[in-house]
Design a protein around this ligand. Sequence first.
Ligand code: HEM
Length: 400
Amino acid sequence: MNDLAPVTSIPQLEADPFDLANILDPYDFHEQLRETGAVVYVEKYDTYAVGRHAEVRSVLSDWETFTSTAGAGLSDIRKPGGWREPGPLVEADPPLHTSRRGVVSKIISPKIIKSWQRTYAAGAADLVARLCDQQDVDGARDIAEAFVIENFPASLGLEPHRENMVIVGNFNFNALGPKNALFEQSARQLESISEWFNAVQGREGITPGSFSEQVYDAEDAGELEEGVARGLVRTVLRGGMDTTISGIASTIRIMSERPEFWAKLRQDRSKLKLIFDEVIRLETPIQSWYRTTTREVTLGDFRLEADKKIQVFAGSANRDPRRWERPDEFDITRSAAGHLAFGQGIHLCIGQLIARMEAESVLNALLDRIERIEPAGVPTYRPLNTMRTLQTLPLRLIPA
Ligand code: HEM
């Protein structure tokens, strides 16, 4: 970023990023965002926004200028009115971020993740076997959501609770946006389960030896500051649920729409490992989140003020025609490397190996048993401020 670049007035974005129509079908909105400018000003929320790949990447790569400590959402959590406890990882900068991330990375090392593989594969096989008798299924609820909630919390050593975890997930991604009707509705739902929510926050009931217990042990050993373990366990659980459900549901949707691709994949699974990243490039689960400027800074031709929120649209960057050829097409022959669905820079998703492994487990189990996945109705998306996820995905599974 060149601090000597000229001052040019920042173009104003006419569209509202949180308009329901833009949330449910964001792609025309993304184009408008990218074409309005490399950086835009959103008057309604008094924020900046970036939707082109280069600028999204630049912002996420520079934590000193674009801090996470003011919160990953629209409101500044350091200020009166917006104040809340920051997430111990996602909403921290170095040096705190570095030491906490080090502890989590050591516990969920690639070796540990690999050791989970067999459990995930068995969970997926079991789920698909149950669904084979059913034929008509909802790919979002019966496959993606069921698989992740039945398996992921358990691998962290936590007790799953399906309905409540969905409510918490919806709240998290609505809370990153404005206090609109979606937020209010989620807040009311969260309130209705507050007893459960407060009870599951603690150390009691977690599986001995599990990831979660090891995080608490790290706190006991002084590797983490006192009181941080609980928030870290919650962060990892939250970070890994709805995101992965979204990615797996989109994967199944795309497979159902590409029967010829599915047929080929059943003969030769060598491309299987490439599918998930291309899907989340195309249908990015966390569409946008925020950073905050720590100083006056020049981005592209524009001078940005200090202490302002900037909304980074990974979903738009992942379809930026400046970066991708035929960006709106699912194309397994392209390299999706460089997509920003897992973020970029120091906060790059810590669970990406887990997410890929979960998706591969589901795909493998379906490939083993299902000859064709046929669309059986029009899929719908869930209205959430910052997350793109299928609400319903009616399918017919044709067993082999
Ligand atoms: C398709 C699935 C997933 C997607 C799209 C995704 C997306 C992301 C993104 C965009 C970030 C960066 C946020 C930022 O820059 O502020 C992130 C960070 C994070 N993710 Fe994921 N994630 C996924 C799966 C997972 C899983 C399975 C876990 C469980 C271990 C996880 C845990 C985390 C954590 C703890 C962070 C914070 C890292 C840090 O701040 O250093 N995520 N994820």
